[in-house]
Design a protein around this ligand. Structure first.
Ligand code: ADP
Length: 448
């Protein structure tokens, strides 16, 4: 087992990883930017190293500083968390070259799955159902028009390097596509440093269903069921739950097998997520695979009882998976609400500032993952996630009640947050019936 793990991240996920290490008896090294001097993760770790100025590119994304911090502190492994360098194959390679274990999949798997158009092409060839669209990258407008004619409108232009719900554009017609195609390429180049785009049929009001998979270095690979992440705002997840009301045991088993096929095809090990869209006719389509631990991993932990971060660390240290497919039994229902420092009344504008008062909810079945405290000043440089509230209960209806109770108990004063918005969702009749599609917020909440 590792002696000392450096956590190349900040916020709630850094704390999540520190806790996992502590329980495994591993020492921890936190890194922080100048904007994060007062951050909780720096205090919870055994050691903390400043790695640069506030701007992420000069600190949390700066590979030489991270490697220097790891060497200086004697860390033998690095956990990247999510975001930042978590899906950067070059970083994983540099860790290996420096004799440090990267806690995640092999760089080759990250490369294969990281470029979305390539992943699509590979999985299409492997016989995995993908969203109808271009086989790979679309070179020019003429090719795009030809594909759109074939699959029919509306179509979605997606950046192969896109992520976080960004880099997508819908086109309803030939005329739209003509206008949108070049703009999409330009935007992709500006946002991701890569102008390559591909086309997908735009699926109307689908559900976003993703499978958690897990593999070790000995060829064992299993899945831990699905998460329903259909509740989104502008293609970004805001609430996730497990299991999905839309899946029968039979569909779950079938999609789980397809997810494993995707993972096996990439020789995958460690934690990963295979994302699908499920349309109203029950057809599912592979969208992409994320090669990291995800924000919403706790809902899977809640229904399976398996600590995914500890498992990532053990597998990276060379241990075989500690459970088999038969050991994975889904129990009860879990919901996660992402509490962001955003103003729902003002188009969800991020609202950094000082938290005057913080009180976390508690009680049976309530878990809070957060990095804030009373008096904490939220830096403007990073994302606006303040806390995740994760509820477990025997049934979905009880989980909704419990979430409503916990959200009522939670206090964050000083900045606007999405707590009232989540309370509204819990009280929504469509939500309560499980009628959730990716357009839910637009259709059922904001429309009035
Ligand atoms: P990212 O990596 O940026 O999160 P994804 O490919 O996972 O991008 O897509 C994010 C969300 O965008 C999906 O959950 C879904 O709501 C929407 N989306 C993506 N592709 C399609 C599609 N072909 N049709 C309809 N919605 C889509």
């Amino acid at each position: 087992m590792f002696k000392r793990v450096l956590i190349a991240n900040r916020g709630e996920i850094a704390i999540r990883i520190i806790r996992a290490c502590q329980e495994l008896g591993i020492e921890t090294v936190a890194v922080y930017s100048e904007a994060d001097r007062e951050a909780l993760h720096t205090r919870m770790a055994d050691k903390a190293v400043c790695i640069g100025p506030a701007a992420a590119h000069a600190s949390y994304l700066h590979i030489p500083s991270l490697l220097a911090a790891a060497r200086m502190s004697g860390a033998d492994a690095i956990h990247p968390g999510y975001g930042f360098l978590a899906e950067n194959a070059y970083f994983a390679e540099m860790c290996a070259l420096n004799g440090i274990t990267f806690i995640g999949p092999a760089p080759e798997a990250m490369r294969l799955l990281g470029a979305k158009a390539t992943a699509r092409e590979t999985m299409l060839a492997a016989g995995v159902p993908v969203v109808p669209g271009s086989p790979g990258v679309v070179k020019d407008l003429d090719a795009a028009l030809a594909i759109a004619r074939e699959i029919g409108y509306p179509v979605l232009i997606k950046a192969t390097a896109g992520g976080g719900g960004r880099g997508m554009r819908v086109a309803e017609s030939h005329r739209d596509l003509r206008q949108a195609f070049l703009a999409a390429q330009r935007e992709a180049a500006a946002a991701f440093g890569d102008s390559l785009v591909y086309l997908e049929k735009y699926i109307e009001a689908p559900r976003h269903i993703e499978f958690q998979i897990f593999g070790d270095g000995y060829g064992n690979i299993i899945h831990l069921g699905e998460r329903d992440c259909s509740l989104q705002r502008r293609n970004q997840k805001i609430l996730e739950e497990a299991p999905s009301v839309a899946l029968t045991p039979r569909l779950r088993a079938e999609m789980g097998q397809v997810a494993l096929k995707v993972a096996r095809h990439a020789n995958y090990y460690s934690a990963g997520t295979v994302e699908f869209l499920l349309d109203s006719d029950g057809h599912y389509y592979f969208m992409e695979m994320n090669t990291r631990i995800q924000v919403e991993h706790p809902v899977t932990e809640a229904v399976t009882g398996i600590d995914l971060v500890q498992e990532q660390i053990k597998v990276a240290a060379g241990e075989p998976l500690s459970f088999s497919q038969e050991d994975v039994q889904l129990r009860g229902h879990a919901i996660e609400c992402r509490i962001n420092a955003e103003d729902p009344a003002n188009n969800f504008q991020p609202a950094p500032g000082r938290i005057e008062h913080y009180h976390a909810p508690g009680g049976f079945g309530v878990r809070v993952e957060s990095a804030v405290y009373s008096g904490y000043v939220i830096p403007a440089e990073y994302d606006s996630l303040l806390a995740k509230v994760i509820i477990w209960a025997p049934s979905r209806a009880e989980a909704i009640n419990r979430m409503a109770r916990a959200l009522a108990e939670m206090k964050i004063e000083g900045v606007p947050t999405t707590i009232p918005f989540h309370r509204q969702i819990m009280g929504n009749a469509y939500y309560q019936r499980g009628e959730i599609y990716t357009n839910f917020i637009q259709q059922r909440l904001l429309a009035g």
